[in-house]
Design a protein around this ligand. Structure first.
Ligand SMILES: NC(=O)c1ccc[n+]([C@@H]2O[C@H](COP(=O)([O-])OP(=O)(O)OC[C@H]3O[C@@H](n4cnc5c(N)ncnc54)[C@H](O)[C@@H]3O)[C@@H](O)[C@H]2O)c1
Ligand SMILES: CCCCC[C@H](O)/C=C/C=C\C/C=C\C/C=C\CCCC(=O)O
Length: 257
């Protein structure tokens, strides 16, 4: 898929991985609607991107992915502004083992909501242009992160949901590809999850810290290159691209057929 002239939407775009994905999209000629609850950071990101790419190439829309109405309105605003939607990246996520229902609401329900709303605009069967949805899971979507069981569960949920959607889309003829990004630890603010955010697993913080030291910590640019790979390679559908210190590789899921 060539990105020049395409219209994209990224959630959790004000900082960290979402910011980096938005910049990569702009660098390759796409227009981007950036959604986030962090209004100040989002507005100042938009101002700095306007200087480099022009004000008509991006939008910042305050939006909590937990709200059906806010998310629906934000996606409609992106479509009204850019004319259509070709790429959606459901990236917003948190680590909070104490407020675990909120973590499920953002990390899993927000991704399901964003995927269904994206289909309303992209599904070829209902007049949409087709396109690609990339859901951001984690290596913790493929195996356990012991200090964060609920985070682990949400990311496993994102993996299962996205793979099932890819199959449903293929069989139904929606014309939309669905893929997953599963990064190892990345240098963003999420890594500074306060001990209190780990709730009953705060005593396992050091163990996660040791795991980080063993694995190393990725730079956001390594993950956004993998994001780009998933966007551009039209043959990838229902795949989970792991982003590791020594490169990216597709997870070999066993066939259940
Ligand atoms: N950093 C890592 O080590 C790592 C590794 C694997 C996967 N991930 C995943 O990558 C994604 C991005 O995380 P990050 O590392 O860039 O973290 P981050 O904290 O830097 O960025 C997350 C962004 O999501 C936004 N957000 C939070 N709740 C929201 C909501 N309800 N609605 C809209 N926006 C909301 C935040 O304001 C923030 O801008 C997450 O899904 C995370 O689970 C991160
Ligand atoms: C092997 C799994 C890698 C998954 C990465 C995951 O998606 C992101 C996790 C985010 C946070 C990790 C959870 C809790 C943090 C616990 C300790 C951090 C200690 C950091 C420090 O003190 O320097």
């Amino acid at each position: 898929m060539a990105l020049d002239g395409k219209a994209a939407l990224v959630t959790g775009a004000a900082q960290g991985l979402g910011k980096s994905f938005s910049e990569v999209l702009l660098q390759h000629g796409a227009k981007v609607a950036m959604l986030d609850v962090a209004e100040e950071a989002g507005k100042s990101l938009k101002e700095s991107l306007d200087q480099r790419y022009g004000a008509d190439r991006s939008l910042f829309i305050p939006c909590d992915v937990q709200s059906q109405q806010q998310f629906k309105d934000a996606m409609q605003k992106a479509v009204d502004t850019f004319g259509q939607l070709d790429i959606v990246c459901n990236n917003a996520g948190i680590v909070d083992e104490r407020a675990w229902e909120e973590a499920v609401s953002i990390n899993l329900m927000g991704v399901i909501r964003g995927t269904y709303l994206a289909l309303e605009h992209m599904n070829k069967l209902t007049g949409g242009p087709g396109g690609v949805v990339i859901n951001v899971a984690s290596l913790a979507g493929l195996g356990p992160l012991l200090s964060a069981p609920v985070y682990t569960a949400t990311k496993h949920g994102v993996v299962g949901f996205t793979r099932a959607m890819a199959d449903a889309s293929k069989v139904s003829g929606y014309g939309v590809r669905f893929n997953l990004l599963c990064p190892d630890f990345v240098q963003t603010n999420i890594l500074s999850a306060l001990t209190s955010s780990l709730g009953p697993f705060a005593h396992l913080r050091d163990s996660t810290k040791h795991l980080m030291e063993k694995h190393g910590i990725l730079d956001v640019s390594q993950v956004s290159q993998a994001f780009l790979q998933l966007l551009l390679d039209q043959t990838k559908d229902g795949e989970a691209l792991m982003v590791l210190g020594n490169g990216s590789q597709y997870y070999p899921f066993p066939s259940l057929e």
